[in-house]
Design a protein around this ligand. Sequence first.
Ligand SMILES: Nc1nc2c(c(=O)[nH]1)N[C@H]1C(S)=C(S)[C@@H](COP(=O)(O)OP(=O)(O)OC[C@H]3O[C@@H](n4cnc5c(=O)[nH]c(N)nc54)[C@H](O)[C@@H]3O)O[C@H]1N2
Ligand SMILES: Nc1nc2c(c(=O)[nH]1)N[C@H]1C(S)=C(S)[C@@H](COP(=O)(O)OP(=O)(O)OC[C@H]3O[C@@H](n4cnc5c(=O)[nH]c(N)nc54)[C@H](O)[C@@H]3O)O[C@H]1N2
Ligand code: SF4
Ligand SMILES: [Mo]
Length: 726
Amino acid sequence: MLFGRKKKNPVKLADAGVVEWKYTTCGYCSTGCSIEVGLNDKGEAVSTRGVGNADVNRGKLCLKGIFEHELFRTAGRGRVPLMREKHFEEFRQASWDESLDKVASEIKRIQQQYGRDAFAVVSTGQIMTEEFYTLGKLVRGVIGTNNYDGNTTLCMASAVSGYKRSFGSDGPPGCYDDFEHTECLLAIGSNLPEQHPVIFWRLRQALEKRKFPVIVVDPRVTMFAQMADIHLAIQPGTDVVLLNALAHVILKEDLADRAYIEAHTSNYKEFEQLVSQYDPYTASTICGIDEDTIRNVARTYARAGAAMTIWTMGINQSTHGSDGVVAINNLNLITGNIGKPGGTSLSITGQCNAMGTREWSSCSGLPGYRALEKEQDRIDIARFWGIDPEFFPKQRGLFQTDIFPAIETGAIKGLWLIATNPMTSMPNTPRIRKTLEKLEFLVVQDAYADVETNEYSHVYLPAALWAEKEGCFTNTERRVNLIRNVVAPYADSKPDLWIFNQLASRFAQGRKIKFPETASAVFDEMRELSRGRMLDYSGMSHEKIEQQRGIQWPCSEGAESGSARLYTEGDFQHPDGKARLIPLPFIDNNERPDEDYPFWLNTGRVVEHFHTRTRTGKVGNLNKFSPTPYMEMNPDAARALGIEHGSYARLTSRRGDAVVMVQLTQRIAPDMVFIPFHFHECVNRLTLGLLDPYSRQPAFKQSAVRIEAIGDQDAAAVRNKAARSY
Ligand SMILES: Nc1nc2c(c(=O)[nH]1)N[C@H]1C(S)=C(S)[C@@H](COP(=O)(O)OP(=O)(O)OC[C@H]3O[C@@H](n4cnc5c(=O)[nH]c(N)nc54)[C@H](O)[C@@H]3O)O[C@H]1N2
Ligand SMILES: Nc1nc2c(c(=O)[nH]1)N[C@H]1C(S)=C(S)[C@@H](COP(=O)(O)OP(=O)(O)OC[C@H]3O[C@@H](n4cnc5c(=O)[nH]c(N)nc54)[C@H](O)[C@@H]3O)O[C@H]1N2
Ligand code: SF4
Ligand SMILES: [Mo]
C-alpha cells in the first residue's frame, strides 16, 4: 500500500532551458568534483550538475557546487580597473593599460629605491595551475623578488613541511579509493562531512559495503565525531603527544611492522628512544585521552591489515602543525602503512587548487617541486626560461606570515595580493589593518571589488573567475582536472593569466622570456618540465584530462592513465631512498586559557560558506542557511555567565574584541567556544596565530578569550561600528 505521497504531485525540477552542458571542475574545496554547467539558448549559465562518470564524485555535488553557476552574476564583482593616489580616497575608473602601467612602474620604483625584495607578492590556492606557473615565472624570472608566497601558508604549509621532513618530498601518497581497502580510519582535526562533503560521501559508500572502525580526533563533537566508532576529544594542540603515545604502545607491544622499518626507514633508534618517554599514562595527563583508550586505538590501528590517517586544519593550524604531520607519518611508517591500498597518510587539502600552487607556483622554490637551494634546479629552470641562473636567490624568502611583519618594520614597501583576503583571513586583523596602512603601494587583484582588503589598495585589478577562464586544478588525491571556459569574463574583468602576461611585457626581462597566451600552451611547458620526475605530467593533455575526468600524477609519457598512489615500492625522495623516522619532543607553547581569559577559542568553518564569503555570502541559497556570525558555547558555561541561547555575547582577547550571537550546544566542552571564521570583523580580531617553527603556519585554532553577556542594543552598535571601520 502507498502512504504519504499518494495524493501529492511528483517532485518536478523547473526546466532551466539548458541547451548545452560544459565540463568544468568545482572551484571551492579540494575534493575536486567534476561539474557540468548548463547554458541556455542565450549562452547564460543557468544550471549545474555533477558528472556521473567522474571517479571523484560519481554525479554527486555538495550544496556549494549545486549553486555554482549563480556565481557569475553575484553582487560585488569587479567591472573595471580602479585607481587612487592615496589610501581611503575615492577610487576612479581606469583603463587596463593605465592601471597595469602604474603597477609596473611602482614595482620598478620600489625595487630601485629600496631593493629587489622590498616589493612582495602574496597569492592563493584558487587560480589555475597554468596561472600559478606563469605568475611564478613573472615573479621569480622577471620581477625577481624573493618575498613571494601564497595563502597556503595559512592552510597547507604544515602538511608540505611534514611530508618533506618524512619522505623527502611534498605530495600526498594516497587517494579516495583507499577507503575501499582500509581496515581502520583515523581522522584527526578534520570535519569531513561539512568541509569535504563528497569525500565524506565516498567514505560512507565504502562503509556501507564493508564495516571498519572510524576513529575521530577533535576537541568538538563534530558531525564526523557523531558517526565515529571512537571519538577522542583531545586537549587543543596536543595531537603530537597522542601520536607519540600510540607509537609507544605499538613498539612496546611488538605490533610494529619490523620488516618495513628495517627496509624503508632511517633513524629508528632516536625515534624509539623519544617515544619511550610517552607512555599512555604520561600522555593522558597532557592530551586528555585516557590510557586505556590510547592502548585500544594503538592496537586497533596496528592490527588492521591496512590502516590510514586523514587530517586537515586541526593538525596543520597549530604551533605543532609540521610535527603533527610528521607524527602521523611516523605512525604509518612503523606500521607499514604507506603506499599500499588502504594504508596511507592522506592530507585532505583545502582550496580547489592548493595542490596546484604547491606543485607549480614557485612560491617556496621553483616549478615542479624544484628547490632554490639546489644548484642544478636553478640551472635547469634558468636554461628553460632563458635567463641567467644567478638571477635566482639561493634560498627561499619570507613566508606570508613573515611578509606582514616585514611591512611593519619597513623592510617591505609594496605588496601585490592575488586572490586572497588577509583583512578577514589572517590572525589578529587589528594588526593587519595597521600593517596595510603602512604600504606605499598595494595592488589587489581579485574577482570581487568589494573584498575587504581592497579598502587599502591603490590599484584594483578585476579578475575573471573560475569557468570564465580555462585551466587545471589538482585535488587532494593528486588528480589534475580541467576547467573549460564556460562563459565570457564578467564586464571588463580579465583572466589572471592575461594580467600576468600583460605585466610581464612591461619589463625588459619579461619581453625576453616566452609567456604563452593560452592555458594549453602553458600546460605544454609544465609537461616538459615534469618529464621523468616524481611529479610527472608528461602523459597528460587538456583533452585527455577531460576525457578521463581527471588524471592523477605521476602520469608519464605514453601511460594510459595516472597513478593512484606514491611510494608503492617504499622508495622515498631522501638521498638515501628511505623515509625518516623523526623524534618529536612536545613543548607546550600555546596561548592557554588563564584567569583573565578563561576560554579556549577554536575556529573553523561551516558547510554553507567558503572562507571570507566573497562568493558564498552572495549566493542566496547558501547565505540564507548561515547568515550571521555565531558562536558554539556549552550551556553550563553560558549559564554561569548569564548568557542565553540566541542572545549576543562579547568576546575579548589580548588582540581585540568581537560580538557574536550565541548558539548553545553540547557539541562543545565547557572550557571552549567555536566560531566560524567566515565573517569579517569577527573571529580573526581575536586570534593570536602563533607560528609553527617549520611551516610558519598560524595556530588559528588555539587562542584564549574572555566572554560576557551584552544587550541587544549594545551588540547592534558594536557590529555597526565594526562594519564601518574597515
Ligand atoms: N564549506 C566549506 N568547505 C571548505 C572550506 C570552507 O571555507 N567552507 N575551506 C576549505 C579549506 S581551504 C580548508 S583548509 C578545509 C578545512 O577543513 P577542516 O580542517 O576539516 O575544517 P575546520 O573547521 O577548519 O577544522 C577542522 C576541525 O579541527 C578541529 N580542531 C581544533 N583544534 C584542534 C586540535 O587541537 N586537535 C584536533 N585534532 N582538532 C582540532 C576543530 O574543532 C574542527 O572541527 O576545508 C575546505 N573546505
Ligand atoms: N580564524 C581562522 N582563520 C583562517 C582559517 C581558520 O580555520 N580559522 N583558515 C585559513 C585557511 S585554511 C585559508 S585557506 C585561508 C583562506 O583565506 P583567503 O584566501 O584570504 O580567503 P578567500 O575568501 O578564499 O579569498 C580568496 C579571494 O580570491 C578571490 N578569487 C576567487 N577566484 C579568483 C580568481 O580566479 N582570480 C582572482 N584574482 N581572485 C579570485 C575571491 O573573491 C576572494 O576574495 O583562511 C585562513 N584563515
Ligand atoms: S565537495 Fe567541494 S569540490 Fe565537491 S561540490 Fe562541494 S565544494 Fe565543490
Ligand atoms: Mo585552507
